[in-house]
Design a protein around this ligand. Structure first.
Ligand code: SF4
Length: 376
């Protein structure tokens, strides 16, 4: 019997919509919980007239296999005030079993129930209509916006199904963004050029004090190396970059370690994003993570309504990191998540030409058009 991965061991309840009980996802979750020694977990069937579940049992987590009635393919909720990367989201579920103090999902969703959209037939139908309508239109998509792409993969096999489905769509590149290591999706595709495995990184101090239940930085970097050696381009993200005592040493250390595992040419792109905080998030962090101190830094309200570190302080951190990354041979891979023209120019010396510029550049890098779009 194989034990469940550590980040799934708090799961103690499964809810399933009555209409979803016979789906492949429901069958798999049941089998894999049993294989992990958790056949004892109670399953509750939710009748069709009930749209949500209430679950509050302390540390215990619940999965809800749900029939999703909304749109699966969406635009990322960026804002026109900052340079947005033009990413599309494939919505596969909501919430995450891990716990990072800074996680924006805490403010997005009112509960912590791990929702999985089990009506994959509907999702694949919508994607086929969207991606198949014009094969000359390219899409850069990801699943890691409202959940971690791979957190529930061990139970659901969702990403493996998705990469397998997308084999037929040469015009789509899929980013799988995670803080855990699960590479079981890899044998679901022959298209190493159309899947971008991605891991978020942070300074070791932030990883140790603010990220709980996640894989270690070394495990993430080892996984990135495994994928790169298998022929995939990988993405690495520094978001949120946090200001804390010793941030220079911390970010220098993790930046230097990256290149013990992967080469710059194996990295499709790397985002840098300073910690941003919706007003609702602050009291949640204070309450759930009382040891956290970075929320008391000097913040100003941004044009997107989120608090962000004072610009000179952001620029100081960005410059430090970009200089260090450039010394390792990184240049075209780097971009900012949600920053203004002024900050781009101050740090990189250039800015996206217009609000479509960054999206085009990342589309090119995602599809491997290296060299064609050298400048934004
Ligand atoms: S791993 Fe990502 S989605 Fe999960 S809690 Fe941390 S920040 Fe949130």
């Amino acid at each position: 019997m194989t034990k469940l991965p550590s980040h799934l061991r708090k799961i103690g309840q499964v809810f399933v919509d009555e209409s979803m009980t016979g789906t492949p996802i429901a069958r798999r979750v049941r089998e894999r919980l049993a294989e992990g020694g958790r056949a004892d977990i109670p399953w509750t069937v939710i009748p069709p007239d009930q749209d949500r579940v209430v679950f509050d049992q302390g540390d215990t987590q619940a999965i809800y296999l749900k029939e999703y009635k909304g749109r699966f393919l969406r635009f990322c909720p960026g804002t026109r005030a900052y340079h947005c990367c033009g990413y599309r989201i494939i919505h596969i579920g909501e919430n995450c079993p891990m716990a990072c103090s800074y996680c924006i999902l805490q403010a997005y969703f009112q509960d912590r129930v791990l929702k999985v959209w089990a009506n994959q037939d509907d999702l694949f139908r919508e994607l086929a209509d969207g991606f198949g309508a014009d094969r000359n239109t390219r899409y850069r998509v990801g699943t890691g916006e409202f959940t971690d792409s791979l957190a529930l993969e061990h139970l659901t096999g969702y990403s493996r199904d998705l990469v397998h489905f997308l084999e037929d769509y040469d015009n789509v590149v899929l980013e799988l963004k995670s803080k855990v290591v699960d590479l079981s999706w890899m044998d679901g595709t022959t298209r190493t050029d159309r899947v971008l495995p991605a891991w978020s990184l942070n300074a070791p101090f932030i990883n140790e004090h603010e990220e709980f239940g996640v894989s270690t930085l070394t495990q993430r970097l080892e996984a990135a190396r495994t994928c790169a050696e298998a022929g995939f381009k990988v993405c690495l993200h520094f978001d949120p970059i946090i200001r804390f005592d010793g941030w220079r040493d911390g970010y220098a250390e993790i930046i230097d370690r990256i290149f013990d595992y992967v080469k710059p040419e194996q990295i499709a792109y790397m985002s840098l994003g300073s910690f941003r905080c919706m007003p609702q998030l602050n009291p949640i962090i204070e309450d759930k993570f009382p040891e956290t101190t970075y929320i008391y830094n000097e913040f100003v309200p941004g044009l997107d309504g989120k608090a962000r570190l004072l610009r000179p302080l952001r620029v100081e951190q960005f410059r430090f990191m970009v200089d260090r990354l450039r010394a390792h041979g990184m240049e075209e891979q780097l971009y900012f998540c949600m920053e203004s023209t002024e900050v781009w120019k101050e740090v990189f010396g250039y800015a996206p030409k217009d609000f479509g510029g960054l999206g085009k550049r990342l589309m090119g890098r995602g599809f491997g058009d290296i060299g064609i779009l050298s400048k934004i």
